[in-house]
Ligand binder design. Structure first.
Ligand SMILES: NC(=O)c1ccc[n+]([C@@H]2O[C@H](COP(=O)([O-])OP(=O)(O)OC[C@H]3O[C@@H](n4cnc5c(N)ncnc54)[C@H](OP(=O)(O)O)[C@@H]3O)[C@@H](O)[C@H]2O)c1
Length: 307
């Protein structure tokens, strides 16, 4: 029986991972929560004692797998609450890598496209970025993730897999991912109401959460190591993503034009800089034998879950 520990129980990525792992043969998955409850092990990324005590309690055989999908993911909050961001997105991750090394566990860490993008602001490199491109985080969230990646590779590199992903979406009725936000907005929008602002100069590679989870587990099971990018294969602006979503889910062009407003990122008054002409290259993932679906194919799967 293979043992797995999933950190980040209630997150969007963790929920998909849990489904994939539960479908696996001979796999037992336990999980942690950052809130104390009866059904899971307590682990908070900003509480070193809880990390140590969780790894004392979770006594699994060597080679068991830790999936680290917990994080502070609110990019704007990370820019303001830097200490909290550093504790959760860097220091806690480093402590978990050290525990994994001590106990001989394999580690799968989820990272982000936001480790790239600063150079474009001064006329430099743009995406899609490969695993070999040097990092250049545009904001504090990306900076802490990049530092965590580097530390993991130094501490436990031969036993770790770092998966960078971006713009994760799935069908979740009350979900906050961009697909669900766009659909709820199109469904409820009425004449005269506030338009949803879409930064058209942000170009990326959206990622279907169930595909991300399946690919992560397959790579771990195949003993992949180092850094991989996981995303759907289309490089799209957010406005193009919206057009494809509207087509797949049956909303008219007039609804899109009435309910959404194309804007430039700089006009949105955000504190954290975003990657602009970015996206993740998935050539390495394809070479590893993983089938990478198109955005539209994944939307069709999401739509099947919506009925
Ligand atoms: N969603 C995206 O578009 C996206 C893009 C790029 C990278 N990623 C990366 O993918 C991973 C998962 O993201 P997600 O979208 O699933 O995020 P999410 O929906 O915001 O969930 C993050 C989870 O982290 C856990 N968490 C929060 N504070 C914690 C703490 N102090 N200690 C331990 N766990 C804590 C929470 O789970 P509990 O409260 O249940 O423990 C929370 O549900 C993250 O590493 C993120 O950086 C996501």
């Amino acid at each position: 029986m293979k043992r797995c520990l999933l950190i980040g129980k209630n997150g969007q990525v963790a929920r998909s991972l849990y489904t994939t792992l539960n479908n696996g043969i001979n796999t037992k998955t336990e999980y942690t929560s950052s809130k104390q409850d009866q059904s899971s092990l307590y682990l908070s990324l900003d509480d070193m004692d809880s990390i140590r005590s969780c790894f004392e309690q979770w006594d699994a055989p060597k080679d068991s797998i830790v999936y680290l999908a917990g994080a502070l993911t609110n990019v704007e909050k990370c820019e303001v609450e830097k200490e909290e961001c550093r504790k959760k997105n860097r220091d806690g991750v480093i402590a978990i890598a050290q525990e994994c090394k001590r106990k001989g566990y394999k580690l799968c860490f989820f990272s982000t496209e936001y480790v790239f993008g600063l150079e474009e602001y001064s006329g430099g490199r743009i995406g899609p970025f490969t695993e070999d491109d040097p990092v250049s985080p545009p904001c504090y969230y990306g900076e802490c993730k990049a530092e965590a990646e580097k530390a993991i590779l130094e501490i436990h590199g031969e036993y770790s897999l770092i998966l960078r992903t971006t713009m994760v979406f799935s069908w979740e009725k009350d979900g906050l991912n961009f697909l669900m936000q766009y659909i709820r907005h199109m469904r409820s929008w009425k004449e005269g109401e506030r338009k949803f602002l879409i930064p058209t100069d942000q170009i990326s590679t959206p990622t279907y959460a169930p595909f991300l989870a399946d690919a992560a587990v397959e790579l771990m099971n195949n003993n992949a190591r180092g850094i991989y990018h996981i995303a759907n294969r289309d490089l799209l602006s957010r406005w193009e993503m919206l057009q494809i979503i509207a087509k797949v889910f049956g909303f008219s062009e007039s609804t899109v034009l009435a309910a959404f407003s194309p804007v430039k990122t700089e006009s949105m008054g955000q504190k954290a800089k975003r990657p602009l002409t970015a996206g993740l290259s998935v050539d390495k993932l394809i070479k590893a034998g993983i089938h990478v679906p198109s955005f539209e194919d994944s939307l069709l799967l999401a739509k099947n879950l919506s009925v």
